[in-house]
Ligand binder design. Sequence first.
Ligand SMILES: Cc1cc2nc3c(=O)[nH]c(=O)nc-3n(C[C@H](O)[C@H](O)[C@H](O)COP(=O)(O)O)c2cc1C
Length: 377
Amino acid sequence: MTEVNTAQSQSEVAAEMTEFTSMDFRRCLGEFVTGVTVITTVGPDGTLYGLTANSFSSVSLDPPLILWSLRLNATNFPIYSTAETFAVNILAEDQVDISNRFAKSGPDRFAGVSISRGGGGVPLIDGAVAQLECRREASYPGGDHVVFIGRVLRVRNSGRRPLALRSGSYMTVHSHAPLLPSDADDRNIATLKAVHAARPVVEDLAKETDHAVGLGVWGSHGPTIIWWTEASKPLPTTLRCGLVLSLLDSATGGVFAAFASPDLVAPLVDAEVEQAVKSGKAPPFASRLEFDRWRSAVRDERMASKVGIMTPGINFKAITSFSVPVFDARGEIVLALTLMGDAEEFNATDDGIPRLREAAARLSERLGFPSGHRPAR
Ligand SMILES: Cc1cc2nc3c(=O)[nH]c(=O)nc-3n(C[C@H](O)[C@H](O)[C@H](O)COP(=O)(O)O)c2cc1C
C-alpha cells in the first residue's frame, strides 16, 4: 500500500499560487458539476463513520477502481486513513438533509438515518442511488487532502435520481434537451424554444438575487406571466402564472409594448386607453406623442420599470418591477424576464438589475441573437 507523503508543505503550495486567488480557484472548481456521496466506514470498536464528499470519481474499469479525497484536518482522518474497507453512497435527489447531516461535525451523524450493512459491517445508507463497497487500495498525498483509491468489491444500484452539486448549490439533474432546430422557426416555435431555455435561468436568477422572477410571453390576450419563481420572502398571491398584464401599467407589459410588433400592440394599447377613459381614470398617456416617447425610452434603455404598484391580495403591498426583453434569432422579442420586489426595499440600484440584464443577454445569445445587434423594428 502506498504511504501518505505530505512532504510539500501547505505554505509551499500556497506560495506557488500567484496567478489567482483561492476564491478564483474555488469558483472554477464549483463550475464542475458533481454528484454528492457519503463515504461510510466502521471503526475497530464498531463505531460508524460517515462523511459527505463530492470529490468521488471513477478511476479504472478493469480493475474496478474509484477515488475520493479527504481533508488532512478532518476529525476522522485517522479512521479513514486506516480503515481497510469503506462504502461510497451516491446520494439521491431527496437526500439533501443526509448530505448536510454528514457534512457537520457532531457526535452521532447516523441518529435516525436508515442503514443496512455491507461486508465487514460497513454502513450503507438506504435510499441512495448507488452503493459501492470498496477496499482501500492506495492513498496518495494531495496538498491539504489525501487521495484514497478504492477497489470496488460490490455494487448496488437503485435506479433512483441523483443529487448534484454546482457552485456549492444542490441541483437536480434533467436530461439535456437540445433546442428545436432553427428551420422550424415560426413565432410559436421560437417562443417554445425560448421558454424551454429560460426556465432554468428564471430559477437561477431568483436564487442569485433573492427577488421574485417572472417569465412573460405574448399570449392570446397580450403579455402573460407563464412562469414564476418566488424569492425567500413571498410577494402577493395575486401575482401568478396565467396572469394577463397591462401593456401600459406593468413592467412586463412595457417591454412588449416597446419591442413587439406595433400591429400586435396598437389595438391593445387603444383598448387600455379606452377602458381607462370609460372607468373615469386618467389615461396612462395623455397623448400619442407621450406614448411614443416612453416607448423609445424603453427601447433605448432595453428595460421597463414600474415603481410601487399596489397589488391587492393577502400580502397587500407595493411592488416594484424591472423587466427586460429576450430576443430570438430574428431580433423579435420572445420573452420578458422580470425581477420584482417589495417597493420598500427594491429599487434601480439593486445588484439584481445587472444580473437580470446579463441573464436576458445570455438567453438572447443562446437563441441566436448576438449581443450588440439591434432588435427588429
Ligand atoms: C457537498 C459537500 C461535499 C464535500 N466534499 C468533501 C470532500 O470531498 N472531502 C472532504 O474532505 N470534505 C468534504 N466535505 C466536507 C466534509 O463533509 C466535512 O468537512 C466533514 O464532514 C466535517 O467533519 P469534521 O469537521 O468532523 O471533520 C464536503 C461537504 C459538503 C457539504
